[in-house]
Design a protein. Structure first.
Lengths: 421, 421
């Protein structure tokens, strides 16, 4: 499992708008008040040691936080412990591991997650209820709490402001490249830092798919403001990606606000607007990176659906993004709008006759449910690029949504069919 | 497109119960009162001519019928014409073509479907409103009504009692093998014949997936009885298969009852029970054949879900059957129950903690949401066979459902990504 550093700017998609007051810091690093590190503890059964346990700590006692979890009906032990045993609006540390999801592991799994939490609390010098825990990897296998403890111990000795890259590496599973960024955000009261480390691959891993994201800022936010901003931005990012229509047992997003910059983000202020825009761009690019990082994914699609009611707009967007026919067409660079039409019809049973338009990369291919003549050669050219956009108009106005999705190619089958657990 | 005759018995799955009063007639043929034929009209743009237009006729004026259509919100022209312009309880003929779905073709498509209906009516000597039309193939391309007319003309000259094989061939698209059967059903009043010709491939075709099935019997059924039996048996067959979670614009099932045997199937009689059992076995085997006929499909899965409420039972069964993770594990002969657990959780968001058991091929692998020790070697052996069964128990009793599903392998990607339209 070698981490591939990505060359070039973090914000690389035409679909992510970055406000002028947001600037990427290519050198990385954590906002003031935070330290992180990782250890190769041996949770992952690899020949060469790789980072698999990470620790993230805020040194500011007044740190506020917000969290979001998977909606799955089957929750992993670390999700249960963080959700039920933590002060989720005042977290100060995160203990995370990869290589084992600690899911479907019962009481022993809960005990392992609680021990991980207690060990990290002692090492970070904070109350246990202020430590979130997160795991990703194989499910149904007991997590060795002793191995994780040794890893946390080793990581604690390495905690440092530029430990974000190692921490990001420690939460990766099948990710082909790292997903992290550090931003400077110019607010009316001064410049704050905003950083995030995420993991997740567009196509689901051999054993399990999980999306984890840890976000840190040295801006001062009340827990309510942090929760509000995280809620809105997660809905516009990690909630808008389709990998294969699957929900993980372990998905976790944590936002920690140390306040160490002394710059406040007050409710309904210009600072809140700007900070929210930065957080939005950060999480949307990370979500898109998760889609892009499908093992073997050649290209990524974005479907935008507009119409007069929220429910059909959302159903159509998800149906298109989850359709294996649309995904294989994206992989094959085939501008086959019939598959889009089929997904629309399937998403809205009983709605015939349905009036809809479809455009691919700005070219209308279907109007009022009927094919229109289009320049096929130009279309084929357009859908062979790295990003392909589909726009569907349903009757009415007022609602619009988007979903990012990966293609479906040979490597998805290779990785998911030929590995055995 | 060469049709492969299947060797061996039609009823080949351990999952289909065949009552002792049902007997396959390996020589095929249509029930009394019916004639069918096909023509190579050239709708399919193949180098060598292949059957692509079919005609099926009942010579009995008192023929009754029942129909079921796709629930898609985008309906093809032949579906609209059959649904809206036909006497669907008294159909006497079917005109069908492959190579073009006549979908998303607007007013011109409706006119082509109506002409197909009128031409067939003249050739069959029946009213136009007693002719159903059906199409399957590429969508968004205008259907040349003249080409179809010439095909119907040629087919009409060949109409015969053993024309069922040609008729079945004429409706095939990417099917790798033919799907048809002729049965003798022993009723208290005498023996009747029951035949069916179907098309559909478990994995969706390069251009489009459609499931068509035409069923004929010489038993005498009232239109109400035909409708009741078709409704119940379609729900237990074609409604219980997952190919890739997609709905077609063209799916059509037609049951025609000529009554030529003189044996009546009266409501709530022993005859109705027996006839219903035969129809049920026939349609379930055909539905399973559609799943088996995934291009490149190695094996087929059956998931049975039991529990205390209909909605979660159905949601879980469909989530498992539609999960690309479960499908690739089936392809790879990997007894990975974690993927089943993940699909269960995803199907029932917010239901944590969820109590569930999972058994694979009779071996319990998960109990109360927790993995249990199992003989992995034996399990791996069991999931490498052609049919693999998964049983999920949710809390409560009283509801049970099943879904048949195909695996997901390289050839699905090859066929769906590398063809262009």
């Amino acid at each position: 499992m070698s981490v591939i550093r990505r060359e070039g700017p973090f914000f690389r998609s035409r679909w992510i708008e970055v406000a002028p007051h947001v600037r990427e810091l290519p050198e990385g690093g954590l906002p003031a008040g935070f330290r992180a590190a990782a250890a190769a503890a041996g949770v992952k059964p690899t020949a060469d040691p790789v980072f698999d346990v990470g620790l993230l700590v805020s040194d500011e006692p007044a740190t506020t936080s917000a969290v979001r979890f998977t909606a799955s009906g089957v929750l992993a032990a670390p999700v249960l412990v963080t959700r039920d045993d933590c002060q989720v609006d005042a977290l100060r540390a995160v203990a995370a591991n990869s290589g084992n999801a600690n899911a479907a592991t019962g009481e022993a799994g809960l005990e392992a997650a609680r021990r991980m939490q207690r060990d990290a609390a002692v090492l970070a010098g904070v109350d246990a209820e202020r430590v979130a825990v997160a795991s990703t990897g194989v499910i149904g296998v007991e997590l060795d709490a002793g191995v994780v403890a040794a890893g946390l111990d080793a990581a604690a000795r390495e905690l440092r402001r530029d430990g974000d890259a190692d921490f990001a590496a420690a939460i990766m599973t099948t990710d082909a490249f790292e997903k992290r960024a550090t931003l400077a955000v110019e607010l009316p009261g001064g410049v704050v830092m905003l950083a995030a480390q995420a993991k997740g691959a567009g196509m689901i891993s051999p054993n399990f798919a999980t999306m984890l994201c840890f976000v840190e800022t040295d801006a001062a936010l009340s827990a309510e403001t942090a929760d509000l901003l995280l809620g809105v931005t997660v809905k516009r990012s990690f909630d808008r990606i389709s990998v294969d229509g699957q929900l993980s047992t372990n998905d976790t997003v944590v936002l920690l606000c140390s306040g160490a910059s002394g710059v406040e983000v007050a409710p309904e202020s210009e600072a809140e607007l700007r900070f929210g825009e930065a957080l939005d761009a950060l999480l949307r690019q990370l979500a898109l990176d998760i889609v892009v990082d499908g093992e073997g994914a050649r290209r990524v699609g974005r479907v935008v659906v507009r119409g007069g009611a929220a429910e059909p707009v959302d159903a159509v967007a998800r149906a298109i993004a989850n359709s294996p026919l649309v995904k294989t067409a994206l992989y094959g660079a085939d501008p086959n709008w019939g598959r889009i039409a089929q997904a629309i019809g399937a998403a809205l049973p009983g709605s015939d006759p349905l009036d809809f338009d479809i455009a691919i990369e700005g070219t209308t291919v279907c109007e009022g449910g009927l094919g229109v003549a289009a320049d096929i050669a130009a279309l084929e050219q357009a859908v062979s690029r790295e990003e392909v956009e589909y726009v569907v108009d349903l009757p009415g106005d007022g609602f619009e949504t988007e979903v990012f999705f990966s293609d479906l190619g040979y490597d998805y089958v290779r990785i998911n069919a030929e590995y055995t657990t």
